[in-house]
Design a protein around this ligand. Sequence first.
Ligand SMILES: [Zn+2]
Length: 259
Amino acid sequence: MTNRQEQLIDTHAHIFLDEFLEIKDEVIKRSSKKNIKKILMPNINYNTVRPMIELSNSYKGICFHMLGLHPCYLKENYKSEITKILSFVNKETIAIGEIGMDLYYRKDNINQQIDALEIQCEYALKNNLPVVLHTRNSINQTIDVISKYEGRLKGVFHCFDGNYDQVKMITNLGFKIGLGGIITFKNSKLKEVVSNINIEDIILETDSPYLSPEPYRGKRNEPQNISFIAEKLSQILNIPYDKVCEVTSKNAINLFDLQ
Ligand SMILES: [Zn+2]
């Protein structure tokens, strides 16, 4: 495992959050040493925009930012917050994210969640950007919304944990499946689902600081751990590790148009 030269891309890491306040530079250095060439950062809310953009400015070509309002942070004023966040979009913005729905955390505001998702998908379409979707307990509802833009919008269902029927619907819409630490968990039923997914439809992510893969489950996650996820995917799909790195990186570069 030590001398591997294969490149990986972490397509989902919130390394601009306070959990990384004092250690951002170390964390990025460690991941570069492990050949994680790019780290893609999905926004949370208005408060996280500045620290995130500062990081992408300091690490051009390595850290890339997205802009959007996370569904768990929807307040009554969500429309104006979305407008404020999206006013920061520039030519370096690689996606609208993370957006989507979360029916685990809250169900009572489902109509606002759908509205916020639609507003941000329409913005993404107009600006020719992909979307990064959070779909906790809401994969089917999110598919319903995304279906309205069939053939025009592209993106990823991040942290996917659904079934194979959902995989088919998502990939038929032209979207990618984002896989992270969950595939390394011992009792995860996701492994069987994943064994049937075409690697051309997969991109990899850590979701740092959350969802650390085995053997670090429960600890603060960071981008360098993506190699454990790639290793597990290589076992599940029975495809060599270097091929997993090559294809998932190519998929991410194409989806996000990374330079
Ligand atoms: Zn996230």
